[in-house]
Design a protein around this ligand. Structure first.
Ligand SMILES: Nc1ncnc2c1ncn2[C@@H]1O[C@H](COP(=O)(O)OP(=O)(O)OP(=O)(O)O)[C@@H](O)[C@H]1O
Ligand SMILES: [Mg+2]
Length: 230
């Protein structure tokens, strides 16, 4: 079976005064269907930059991103938006929940955008939020939830439509140890039951043990990094 994701020779730089800051420098990556891949790197190494490029939320200087055998960067913008809605779940580093929608409404949104009826969307979303321990928080706005609660709502929103590929940016960043483990166990269970492919970036080496393969993002490229090296 073809890989879910193939990245070739990805380069990304940002303007820096007169010069440019080169963040990704010829990065390659192949992710097989059903894999759990961890990418570790210190703050500023380019982890969020990489995930944004892999979702087509930003464009590289050069290189290719192939998802489910489609050239993500070659698609017209509209097609890319629809493709992303259908196949991706994205857990943002700073969750980006809609501030005027309740927790439940935030989770329902991806389903509604895919044309699923409101009643079913409501039911599925409430069930998932309960499973994530947020049964008492369905009708709260994100602003009154704790950081960890917001992060769990963001996770629910990312996976509610059973995407092929989940990209998670520091998903346990606001959680205590117990909740971090719980969230990781949930992601692993999702991967094992639905075959959801998972790509997670973090600076926390403790998360490596939940992954099949780990890489280190260093000097703009990935190198294999097994837990025994940690
Ligand atoms: N839009 C931008 N314009 C200019 N520089 C940027 C931009 N986005 C990111 N950078 C720079 O690129 C580098 C990588 O940023 P990125 O957010 O990808 O790092 P990260 O590995 O996710 O870090 P963290 O662990 O702190 O989240 C940083 O030095 C950052 O300042
Ligand atoms: Mg980041």
């Amino acid at each position: 079976m073809a890989p879910v994701l193939e990245v070739h020779d990805l380069h990304k730089s940002y303007p820096w005064g007169e010069d440019r800051l080169h963040i990704l420098r010829g990065l390659d990556l192949i992710v097989e269907r059903g894999a759990r891949i961890g990418i570790l790197g210190p703050s500023g190494s380019g982890k969020s930059t990489l995930l944004h490029l892999l979702a087509g939320l930003d464009l590289p200087d050069r290189g290719s991103v192939t998802v489910l055998q489609r050239d993500l960067l070659g698609m017209p913008e509209e097609a890319r938006i629809l493709f992303r809605r259908q196949h991706y779940g994205f857990v943002f580093q700073f969750h980006h929940l809609m501030p005027d929608l309740t927790a439940l409404e935030n989770v329902m949104l991806p389903l509604l955008l895919l044309g699923i009826a409101e009643g079913e969307a409501r039911e599925r979303s409430a069930e998932l939020l309960k499973e994530l321990g947020l049964g008492e928080r369905l009708h709260h706005l994100p602003g009154v939830l704790s950081g960890g609660e917001q992060q769990r709502v963001a996770l629910a929103r990312a996976v509610i439509h059973q995407p092929t590929l989940v990209l998670a940016d520091e998903p346990t960043g606001n959680l205590d140890r117990r909740n971090s483990l719980h969230l990781m166990e949930y992601l692993v269970a999702l991967n094992e039951t639905h075959g959801t492919t998972l790509l997670l970036v973090t600076h926390n080496p403790e998360l490596q043990r939940f992954m099949h393969h780990n890489f280190r993002l260093e000097d703009g490229r990935l190198t294999p990094w097994e837990p025994s090296h940690a």
